[in-house]
Write a protein that binds this ligand. Structure first.
Ligand SMILES: CC(C)=CCC/C(C)=C/CC/C(C)=C/COP(=O)(O)OP(=O)(O)O
Ligand SMILES: [Zn+2]
Length: 417
């Protein structure tokens, strides 16, 4: 047993993960019948971790006294407190992510009820963004920091949610943002996160294209080689890794690649059936929610990263029932909220936070609507219909490509055209 454990640790540490060689074999249909996933004899860290999660989730999923209902008022209290209370000191770790916090809070409030994001909130959000970057962009994560593509994405989404309060959309320096995006563009079609430094992966591509399409500053120079870069990120699993020809498929990087392809109007350039299969297999039967990578743990934020990817596919006509909507709702409503702690969380045992509140809520909104698109060359022209026979949490529908409500995305798009 001890020997086995060491062997599995060796396999886990040295062979699994990003360096794992890929072995694919076609099975005959008879062989397929014999393949039963039976891990009962083995104990690996992965299996032990998942069993712990199941121990926490199953009682909540099966509790007859627990109601599968969103506690909207509790969430409102949690989100509005962000405007009046000093944030806890542990949040200094997010010092370079200030526009992200603003976006998560504003977006969550707006999804719950557009009127809950008041004009006073909007003015304060807008002021904060322009205090960080008084020149109107590109935007940094905090005062005195370098402009960053993810901070600029979050800042533009926040200003979009603020609905041009005090004419703030016209204070955005679109020329400076375009020139800066071109300065972080790489020859291989990717984007670095900052000028000369930072990561180059599908997050950068998505943020750059999302910003540029909302502000109407997309040029041929900006999109040169981007399609080739994204196509090369889809791997044998069907999902997308962060970088071309390199990475394990991951829900976050897959969302970024698929949303970027939608903005380019090029979803038909990838292997859609494999992508659908990969997305569908990220939902666990037992926990009912999504994980972000094969054999990893369920996490509420993938309700959006994977659920949003599926909603994009649905909008572009690639299928209506790629995942089990009712099951995801059960995971979200029973395992991601708690009547003692406001806010939404990754999984039972974790503390709620603004990031998970935003993406779990966005995922919940996605379960309640059917997605379609009016004009495939305009990613803000997504439309929705309420799904039949599914619960309703009175959430404003989200445009899954931009991660903001449909109405505000199309409003800023129209403003700059
Ligand atoms: C717009 C933008 C910048 C989007 C970012 C998308 C993205 C990459 C999201 C992933 C976030 C996440 C939960 C990472 C955890 O990885 P992990 O390895 O700790 O967790 P795992 O075990 O679930 O894979
Ligand atoms: Zn998460």
């Amino acid at each position: 047993m001890e020997r086995n454990l060491n062997r599995f640790k060796f396999i886990n540490n040295k062979l699994l993960g990003r360096k794992k060689p890929i072995i694919e074999r076609e099975l005959s249909s008879e062989e397929e019948m014999d393949v039963i996933s039976d891990t009962s004899d083995y104990q690996t860290e992965t299996i032990a971790d998942r069993n712990e999660v199941l121990k926490d989730c199953l009682p909540l999923l099966e509790d007859p006294d627990l109601e599968s209902k969103l506690n909207r008022d509790f969430l409102k209290m949690y989100l509005t407190a962000a405007f009046s209370l000093q944030l806890p000191s542990q949040m200094t770790a997010l010092d370079a992510s200030q526009p992200w916090i603003l976006y998560w809070v504003a977006n969550s409030l707006y999804m719950l009820d557009a009127a809950w994001l008041t004009d006073d909130h909007k003015k304060r959000l807008k002021e904060k963004i322009f205090v960080i970057s008084p020149d109107g962009g590109p935007f940094a994560g905090g005062i005195g920091q370098l402009p960053h593509v993810a901070a600029t994405y979050a800042a533009i989404n926040t200003l979009t949610l603020c609905d041009n309060i005090d004419n703030s959309w016209d204070l955005v320096n679109r020329d400076a943002i375009l020139n800066w995006l071109l300065s972080i563009k790489q020859k291989n079609g990717g984007f670095k996160t900052s000028f000369t430094v930072g990561e180059n992966d599908t997050r950068g591509v998505y943020c750059a294209l999302s910003i540029a399409s909302l502000l109407n500053i997309i040029t041929p120079e900006l999109t040169e080689n981007v399609l080739e870069y994204l196509i090369a990120c889809q791997n044998f699993e069907g999902g997308f890794g962060g970088c071309p020809q390199e990475d394990e498929a991951h829900g976050g990087y897959t969302f970024c690649a698929v949303a970027a392809l939608a903005i380019l109007g090029k979803l038909d350039s990838i292997n859609i059936p494999k992508l659908i299969e990969w997305c569908a297999t990220k939902q666990y039967n037992e926990e009912k929610g999504f994980c972000g990578r094969s054999n990893k743990l369920v996490d509420g934020c993938y309700s959006f990263w994977v659920g949003g990817t599926i909603a994009i596919l649905e909008a572009y006509g690639y299928g209506d029932y790629i995942f089990d909507h009712d099951s995801l709702r059960e995971y979200i409503l029973r395992c991601c909220q708690d009547d003692k702690m406001p806010g939404l969380r990754d999984k039972p045992g974790k503390r709620p936070d603004f990031y998970h509140t935003n993406y779990v809520l966005s995922g919940l909104a996605i379960t309640e609507y059917k997605f379609d698109i009016l004009d495939k060359t305009n990613a803000t022209s997504i439309i929705v219909k309420k799904r039949d026979n599914i619960g309703y949490s009175e959430l404003n529908p989200v445009n899954p490509i931009y991660g903001i409500p449909i109405d505000v995305a199309s409003k800023i798009y129209d403003h700059f055209r």
